[in-house]
Write a protein that binds this ligand. Structure first.
Ligand SMILES: Cc1cc2nc3c(=O)[nH]c(=O)nc-3n(C[C@H](O)[C@H](O)[C@H](O)COP(=O)(O)OP(=O)(O)OC[C@H]3O[C@@H](n4cnc5c(N)ncnc54)[C@H](O)[C@@H]3O)c2cc1C
Length: 308
């Protein structure tokens, strides 16, 4: 089939990848490409985040984990398997442990109390994929071009613009608010600070605060905020300073790293991911703070919906 994918973020690119592998002719249309999209603002490590009311997510997460694990064997993908330290602070009253249902069996274990940093009640250690967006997204685009997928910079205002294709896959992230008039879709802004890179750091995550430290090759990402319904894609100096100070309390040696800057991104949040077929349109958007964690699992379901 001739299939038009709208969107060149991780949702669109992973859908294009799986559709191409399934033998379809794929055309990607997008208003913007990497690095000028939300997918480049992600940290981006694999972990289910605020999607635990969507049970379909368990399969999507595990399938994506498998794909990233396989891709991590080739360093040019920018994907590596990293140690994740996930902790719960002393002052948290309600601990959400449902993330464990999403983890591949055997992929996490409790950290003994004696090995926890001060201020933490409990913690787990896991091995998860770290997807360096600045490497992976261009790598994926190059693979797709080599496989015959074509890319077109174009804003789609109405789906009938693409009527000359057999099917349309809508992966527009927050853009679906306008394109589908979907008001359930709202932004959750994330602000992060960047420090000069440092070797041998694990990924650190305190989910409840939220606080994360992500060691990429080009920078350590210090996050983050989770600001409901905020549309301004900008960082605030006070917030960035607050994030840095919190990170220095966790790993004091980070205070020695050069400050590189900051960025903000808008997570396309929806109470449930919209992954369904509506006539000749397959919708695949609303992945919130877990777009990378879900991407290849969702893409596999897009392929199934094509053949229905
Ligand atoms: C600070 C931060 C940290 C994050 N950390 C993580 C993490 O660690 N792990 C994780 O899994 N996720 C993380 N996320 C979430 C992740 O970034 C998103 O879920 C993901 O990027 C969404 O991808 P997408 O492809 O659906 O949307 P986008 O990346 O926004 O891509 C949408 C695409 O659609 C195009 N488009 C939109 N409207 C139109 C239109 N009308 N016509 C044509 N093209 C259109 C855009 O130009 C773009 O190409 C984080 C997000 C932020 C902000």
């Amino acid at each position: 089939m001739n299939i038009a994918v709208i969107g060149a973020g991780i949702s669109g690119m992973s859908a294009a990848y799986e559709l191409n592998r399934a033998g379809h002719r794929v055309f990607v249309f997008a208003r913007a490409f990497s690095p000028n999209i939300t997918s480049n603002r992600a940290a981006a490590f694999w972990l289910p985040y605020h999607i635990r009311n969507d049970n379909r997510g368990i399969d999507w997460c595990r399938k994506s984990y498998e794909v990233y694990l396989e891709l991590s064997k080739d360093p040019s993908t920018g994907i590596s398997m990293k140690q994740l330290i996930k902790v719960v602070a002393n002052d948290v009253t309600e601990v959400d442990q449902t993330w464990k249902d999403f983890m591949p069996p055997g992929s996490y274990r409790p950290i003994p109390l004696t090995q926890l940093l001060p201020g933490y009640l409990e913690g787990d250690e896991a091995e998860v994929p770290l997807i360096e967006t600045q490497i992976f997204l261009p790598w994926l685009q190059q693979q797709l071009v080599m496989a015959g997928v074509s890319f077109h910079q174009q804003e789609i205002i109405a789906f009938d613009q693409l009527d000359d294709h057999d099917l349309i896959v809508n992966c527009t992230g927050l853009g679906a608010r306008e394109l589908c008039k979907d008001e359930q879709l709202i932004p959750y802004r994330g602000q992060v600070a960047l420090l000069a890179p440092k070797e041998n750091l694990p990924i650190f995550l305190d989910n409840e605060k939220p606080q994360y430290i992500v060691p990429r090759k080009d920078a350590i990402i210090i996050g983050g905020t989770y600001e409901e319904n905020v549309f301004e894609e900008v960082t605030e100096p006070k917030t960035i300073e607050f994030l840095l100070q919190k990170a220095f309390m966790i790993y004091p040696e980070l205070a020695m790293q050069e400050y590189l800057g900051s960025w903000a991104g808008l997570r396309p949040h929806r109470n449930e991911v919209r992954l369904e077929r509506e006539n000749n349109i397959i919708h695949n958007y609303g992945h919130g703070g877990s777009g990378f964690t879900l991407a290849f699992g969702c893409a596999a379901d897009v392929v199934k919906l094509v053949s229905e």
